[in-house]
Design a protein around this ligand. Structure first.
Ligand SMILES: C[S@@+](CC[C@H](N)C(=O)[O-])C[C@H]1O[C@@H](n2cnc3c(N)ncnc32)[C@H](O)[C@@H]1O
Length: 222
């Protein structure tokens, strides 16, 4: 493993804003994120597959009255967001290094208010592994508050079309649908939503530079 990757893995173990989940049967933070991690009762927003955490950190800057938690398996990516949050003294954002496949073992009932899926892997060969598949949605239901919103931002047609089909098939309620997100932002006023949409992730910047159209949908599953 590259030397700087090892250094980043070692560093996140010392960061107060990063936890690692080692697939232990009972995860001590489950049901206690507000009391034991954020030390307040503000709404909790997850970013699943957060990579370098641009969205989690960006939203934490915009909304000091909410808590944000980025989850990803790649410690060297989480390191970037966690270091930035520490540098800016952002106490309302943290990171959890884990596989998302076990997400239902990490949060208690009604513990989470919103979920962001930012440029998730499209999993072309494995639809069940897509983070908007019913397998994952049923995991989210175990901890998402009634009426809790799931947001998806992606450049990927396969994943976006799949998600829209799932929404229709299972009767989820669409809140906002923007098949060409940036077209809706050009010249638009700085509403709260638009300010959030203007945060760009690492992969978003790469895909947009290649000419991919960025898409967004938000929906409720309860
Ligand atoms: C295409 S990247 C997007 C990263 C970031 N959201 C962005 O837009 O720049 C997908 C991310 O999801 C993470 N990921 C994919 N499957 C995962 C899983 N099962 N558990 C944890 N992380 C996963 C990868 O490590 C990667 O960082």
């Amino acid at each position: 493993m590259a030397k700087d990757k090892l250094a980043r893995f070692a560093a996140i173990k010392t960061f107060p804003n990063v936890l690692e989940h080692h697939y232990q049967a009972s995860f001590p933070m489950k049901g206690h994120w507000h009391r034991d991690f954020f030390k307040n009762d503000h709404p909790l927003v997850l970013e699943l597959g957060c990579g370098k955490g641009e969205y989690s950190v960006g939203m934490a800057r915009l909304f000091p009255e909410k808590n944000f938690l980025g989850l990803d398996i790649k410690g060297n990516r989480i390191f970037i967001g966690a270091r930035q949050a520490l540098k800016e003294n952002l106490n309302n954002v943290g990171f959890l290094r884990t596989r998302i496949d076990f997400v239902e073992s990490l949060f208690g009932p009604n513990e989470v208010d919103e979920i962001w899926l930012t440029f998730s892997d499209p999993q072309p060969q494995k639809p069940k592994k897509r983070l908007s598949s019913s397998l994952f949605i049923n995991r989210y239901r175990t901890f998402l508050k009634p009426g809790g919103t799931i947001h998806m931002k992606t450049d990927n047609d396969l994943l976006f079309d799949f998600t829209m089909e799932e929404i229709e098939l299972h009767g989820y309620t669409i809140i906002d649908y923007r098949p060409d997100l940036y077209a809706t932002l050009n010249g638009a006023e700085d509403s709260v939503e638009n300010t959030i949409f203007r945060i760009k992730t690492h992969y978003e910047t790469l895909f947009h530079a290649k000419g991919h159209v960025i898409k967004y949908v938000s929906f409720k599953v309860h």
